[in-house]
Design a protein around this ligand. Structure first.
Ligand code: C5P
Length: 407
């Protein structure tokens, strides 16, 4: 049996779909709560025909979420927050219908929408008639969901409510509790479990007037990849991202900002952190006193743009003090003499490591998918071969994990 101590403090979002096995979900709620987990429940319309919202509410001691269109639910707890504020989503019972809707990426009720909007692990406990389970459509849907990382517990073999025999019975509540504990245990063994990382990524936009801004060519690819790689190793990641075209990376909480000052404020709000990786291409200067009205060509010639310096986020986070993350990593994008400039930058900004890369025109680093970097630490320089930005990120995350393993 899995160690259930790991369930204490964990937040489970339980989706109860319509099946005779729904009554067992009431017991599941009780058993999870006994072990210190909090359970919030979403009940589908069909689910509410098998268990009453009142019993679910009484057992979870929380509102039962049922209606995608309920204004109250949306204003108090939008469906995005519902899925983000959970550590794990559990669908029990998972009916053939809901599995099909999940596989197709549908969002036609609150349950399906929450499952589509989530970036958290999902565990399903299928429950249905044996023929429905064995049908090629259900098997294909389940295989597709599993290939996307959805976990499954059961179904078990046995006599079904409809008197047929075979696989289709929902796993017992304690088997589901074990499966849930096993998923959390996997995460607890990851090398960066329990560590918080703040990652900056992308460019910043510094307004000139309400329609124009100063920006740069950063795509955010490297920073986003680093955020995803740290999350994959178990870190809780806050990604503070300037405007990019990239989707939010899985498993990270993302704060979208535009200006350097907003980026700094978001980073400081995210502290305390064990790790900070500043991969953003922060604008060095902003317009001093941007116009609150669109600047016009009024015949008087181009406007003079007075610039003022932006705060240096990396240097600010690196400042010694209680709030300083144990490991601060900066980037240095240089167009020549990369190692010399980057080494000087490490000392100037008081960060621990610098990842230096050559962004000369022709290297294709900006916006490209490959990167050639050198990792500069107090004890020397490691030059890595050219590789995809995802691979640079994975390797950097491994080195970060190695750093904490050695502490
Ligand atoms: O000084 P420079 O911009 O070359 O330094 C690059 C490093 O500093 C990067 O890690 C970048 O994210 C960070 N930086 C910052 N805030 C700034 C300027 C740069 O965090 N205002």
């Amino acid at each position: 049996m899995a160690d259930h101590a790991i369930l204490a403090g964990k937040r489970v979002l339980l989706v109860v779909a319509g099946g005779i096995a729904a009554y067992k979900s009431l017991d599941l709620i009780r058993r999870l709560r006994e072990r210190g987990a909090t359970v919030r429940a979403v009940l589908t319309e069909a689910g509410a025909r098998f268990v009453t919202p009142l019993s679910v509410q009484a057992l979870t001691e929380d509102t039962v979420y049922r209606d995608l269109w309920s204004l109250t639910d949306e204003s108090e707890m939008g469906h995005i927050r519902l899925s983000r504020e959970a550590d794990l989503l559990v669908v029990a019972p998972a009916t053939a219908n809901l599995l099909a809707r999940m596989a197709a990426g549908m969002a036609d009720d609150l349950a399906a929408t929450v499952l589509l909007a989530t970036d958290k692990p999902v565990l399903v406990a299928p429950a249905m008639n044996v023929r429905m389970w064995q049908h090629a459509a259900t098997q294909a849907n389940m295989a597709l969901l599993e290939s996307r990382g959805v976990r499954r517990v059961g179904p078990n073999e046995g006599v079904m409510a409809c008197n047929e025999y075979g696989p289709g019975r929902m796993a017992e509540p304690m088997e589901i509790v074990d499966a849930i504990a096993a998923i959390f245990a996997e995460d607890a063994h990851l090398p960066l479990a329990g560590r918080h990382a703040v990652v900056t990524s992308g460019p910043t936009h510094e307004p000139i007037d309400p329609v124009r801004y100063i920006a740069n060519r950063s795509s955010g690819k490297q920073g986003h990849a680093i955020a995803a790689a740290l999350a994959k190793l178990g870190a809780a990641v806050t990604l503070v991202s300037g405007p990019t075209r990239l989707p939010d990376p899985p498993g990270c909480s993302v704060v979208h900002i535009e200006t350097a000052r907003e980026m700094l404020a978001a980073c400081e709000a995210a502290l305390p952190a064990d790790i900070a990786v500043c991969a953003a291409a922060v604008a060095d200067w902003r317009v001093d006193g941007p116009s609150d009205r669109k600047l016009k060509k009024d015949g008087g010639g181009p406007p003079a743009l007075a610039l003022t310096e932006n705060p240096d986020i990396l240097a600010t986070l690196s400042r010694p003090g209680e709030r300083r993350p144990a490991l601060v990593v900066g980037f240095a994008a240089e167009t020549g003499d990369v190692l010399a400039y980057a080494t000087a930058k490490r000392a100037r900004k008081c960060c621990d490591w610098i990842v230096a890369n050559d962004v000369s025109p022709g290297t294709g680093t900006f916006g490209g998918s490959d990167n050639t970097v050198h990792l500069i630490r107090a004890d020397g320089v490691e030059s890595w071969p050219t590789m995809p930005k995802d691979a640079v990120a994975a390797r950097l995350a491994e080195v970060v994990a190695g750093y904490f393993a050695g502490k």
